[in-house]
Design a binder for this molecule. Structure first.
Ligand code: GLU
Length: 435
């Protein structure tokens, strides 16, 4: 164990934003790299917004990303998190001290902190030296007249009480740091080191907000992204191993992570890149795990459920895996494997309306009925033999067959698809197409 102690200190807002998740991740990586301690502290002094549900969203998101924290209030195995709403006695005690020392005073029922007016230098581990002129900084309220403590106060007291050595947080807090340094000073404690992580921008350069597509970790959870893929992508939002590799095992990132390699420029969020990365992870997973991941999505679309043969579902997924980027693409693409009523796309319908297509299907039915088995190799041999025998191109059979069995003109390799669908489904669909 080292002496490093860091924390992720989210305010419950009802979502876990990609930026917040990255802050949590960088804290976690920094702690795990150095054998330090990672703390989760819920900054829930705004009681109106801090519902149980909003807290659960943060905790579920962190668990999903595999970001475990090390300590919390309570004894023994209780691993927190800490809640600021449960710590008011600690804040009151410090406010009394500030009042007694003359560093704070009462005004209109509230308590204000006497802000020093001297310039302040923040020696940031990522942003470098940043100078602030505090001449016009007003004396800030640290406790409201209703007795509730203000963010700046509780943030600093907790960093002090929890022995935080490094404050790693979003760059939006850089301008708060001069206030925080002044509070540390008045509390007679050395300030931790600060590392402010640059912002995350949308592809168009605008600041990523709550409402932007891909902004919420919950979206990825619901869309059944691979959590390791999302985490891998977040690692690269502002940090890089200084070579071109992008698919990185978390253990390697943990070993190599350091704040000195966090980029000073803003990071750009790119959902397409994240989806690509997710596809890379999907391809490296056993099909059984993809089935497990896609299970809620297939169930919600009323395709595969608990009664569906898992081997069948896996065979279906196996047909799509090479091109799949996101598990939530599956329901729309695999419906015809699970349902006999499936939509016929317009170009497939047009194909099936051609007399030549119908003739091909009529010839194909008895040939496939006679096929020794329904392996891809056997059906392919059957179609090729039929083509030779009738003097047509194999494509004259392949395209109508695909349209008839899947309702689409695109999809996985036809013969593999026939193998998975099986003789009964294929023949029934071919007969229906010409009846
Ligand atoms: N509660 C603050 C936030 O969510 C935390 C700031 C900090 O990490 O110091 O932005």
């Amino acid at each position: 164990m080292s002496d490093i102690r860091v924390r992720f200190a989210p305010s419950p807002t009802g979502m876990l934003h990609v930026g917040g998740a990255r802050t949590a991740l960088f804290n976690w990586l920094f702690a795990r790299h150095g054998g330090g301690t990672f703390i989760l502290r819920i900054e829930d002094t705004d009681r109106a917004r801090s519902t149980e549900e909003a807290v659960a969203i943060i905790i579920d998101g962190l668990r999903w990303l595999g970001l475990d924290w090390d300590e919390g209030p309570g004894a023994g195995g209780d691993r927190g998190p800490y809640f600021q709403s449960q710590r008011s006695a600690i804040y009151d005690r410090h406010v009394e001290r500030l009042l007694a020392a003359g560093a704070a005073y009462e005004a209109e029922g509230a308590i204000r902190f006497r802000m020093p007016k001297s310039p302040c230098l923040v020696r940031d581990l990522i942003c470098g030296d940043v100078r602030f002129d505090r001449a016009d900084e007003p004396d800030i309220v640290i406790r409201r007249s209703d007795g509730s403590p203000v963010f700046h106060l509780v943030n600093v007291i907790d960093d002090l009480e929890m022995g935080i050595t490094h404050v790693i947080r979003g760059e939006d807090h850089l301008s708060n740091t001069p206030k925080h340094l002044a509070l540390f000073d008045a509390l007679g404690a050395p300030a931790p080191s600060y590392a402010h992580i640059p912002l995350i921008l949308n592809p168009d350069g605008s600041k990523m907000s709550k409402r932007d597509e891909g902004a919420s970790i919950g979206e990825y959870m619901r869309a059944a992204f691979v959590p390791e893929a999302v985490r891998n992508y977040l690692c690269l939002l502002g940090w890089s191993p200084k070579d071109d590799r992008e698919i990185l095992a978390i253990d390697e990132v943990r070993q190599r992570f350091d704040l000195g390699h966090v980029n000073r420029a803003n990071a750009r969020f790119d959902l397409k890149k994240l989806a690509w990365m997710n596809g890379q992870y999907l391809r490296a997973m056993p099909v059984s795990e993809i089935r497990e991941l896609a299970r809620p999505l297939l169930a919600a679309a009323q395709l595969a459920d608990g009664d569906t043969d898992p081997a069948y579902t896996e065979a279906v997924i196996g047909l799509f895996r090479e091109k799949l980027q996101r598990a939530d693409e599956l329901p729309a693409r695999v419906a015809y494997f699970f349902r006999d009523e499936f939509p016929i796309e317009p170009d497939a319908a047009a194909r099936l309306a051609e007399p030549a297509s119908r003739e091909s299907i009529r010839l194909l039915i008895p040939a496939l009925e006679a096929a020794a088995d329904f392996s891809a190799a056997a059906t392919e041999a059957t179609v090729r033999a039929l083509a030779t025998e009738t003097g047509r191109k194999a494509a004259a059979f392949i395209h109508p067959c695909r349209a008839a069995v899947s309702g689409s003109t695109a999809g996985p390799s036809l013969f593999h698809m026939l193998e998975v669908l099986g003789r009964d489904r294929v023949l029934a669909r071919l007969r229906a197409a010409v009846s």
